[in-house]
Design a protein around this ligand. Structure first.
Ligand SMILES: Nc1ncnc2c1ncn2[C@@H]1O[C@H](COP(=O)(O)OP(=O)(O)O)[C@@H](O)[C@H]1O
Ligand SMILES: [Mg+2]
Length: 236
């Protein structure tokens, strides 16, 4: 399992006066389930992009166990991500024209981290878990809720150590959103993965171990940090 250590992070965009994200120090334990919340524009997606290596870290350190993402080239970050991260995005990014199963298998096939037969068995198992009864159905004929459940299965098929979701329920209606959130938490829980979910869905946030709140690119609340402080106080 992998844990995150972030130090002196600062992400600035050209047209912005203040950094989009500034984090002096933040640690996430292996297997921890973390919600990243905050208003629109507070830096949630920037945080997700930095911890997954989608965005390059130019200032500060972002380390997952032994891997310092800021020192890796884009190609190496891509390779690291395929091997260790399952991603669920707000807009599912499924490939139209391909079936649910083909979509689920795609990232695993590209990264070749598992043998094809094993991958396919796992893909079918996961589709069953997310209640997609026709693995051969073309994704463009599915409801948005079904599409996001396919995306959840796809994120987990390589058994990644880290699962990251950016507003996975934001484009779904309430019922479909709850179904997706339940499955994400259940499957990530069973697999023991480190889970980071950006969301302002209260019912989803409440069910995670820890909440990190961002406002204007700064961490203004971190229930995990409070817990650590309490544990430290108890030790004295
Ligand atoms: N590529 C970019 N170029 C310039 N500004 C950006 C870029 N991406 C994000 N921002 C800005 O950074 C801030 C944080 O954005 P974002 O991380 O997307 O917030 P959230 O996901 O919480 O809505 C916003 O002010 C946004 O406009
Ligand atoms: Mg966002």
């Amino acid at each position: 399992m992998l844990g995150l250590s972030m130090r002196d992070l600062r992400v600035s965009f050209r047209d912005l006066e203040k950094p989009a994200l500034a984090v002096p120090a933040l640690d996430i334990r292996p297997g921890e389930k973390v919600a990243v919340t905050g208003p629109s524009g507070s830096g949630k997606t920037t945080f997700i992009n930095i911890v997954t290596g989608l965005e390059r870290t130019r200032h500060g350190s972002v380390r997952w166990s032994d891997t310092e993402l800021s020192s890796l080239s884009e190609a190496r970050r891509d390779r690291w991500r395929s091997a260790h991260v399952g991603l669920v995005m707000q807009e599912f990014y499924l490939c139209p024209g391909l079936s649910a199963l083909e979509n689920v298998l795609l990232p695993g096939r590209l990264s070749r981290v598992r043998p094809v037969a094993e991958l396919k068995a796992e893909g079918l198992r996961l589709l069953e878990r997310v209640e997609i009864s026709r693995p051969g159905q073309p994704v463009e004929t599915m409801s948005r809720g079904q599409m996001q459940r396919v995306a959840v299965a796809r994120a987990l098929v390589t058994r990644p150590a880290i699962v990251v979701a950016d507003e996975p329920t934001a484009s779904l209606d309430a019922d479909a959103g709850i179904a997706v959130a339940n499955l994400l938490l259940q499957l990530a829980g069973e697999a023991g993965t480190t889970l980071i979910v950006a969301s302002h869905e209260k019912r989803l946030i409440e069910r995670l171990d820890r909440m990190i709140r961002l406002e204007a690119g700064q961490v203004t609340r971190d229930t995990g940090a409070l817990q650590e402080m309490a544990e430290r106080d108890e030790a004295f």
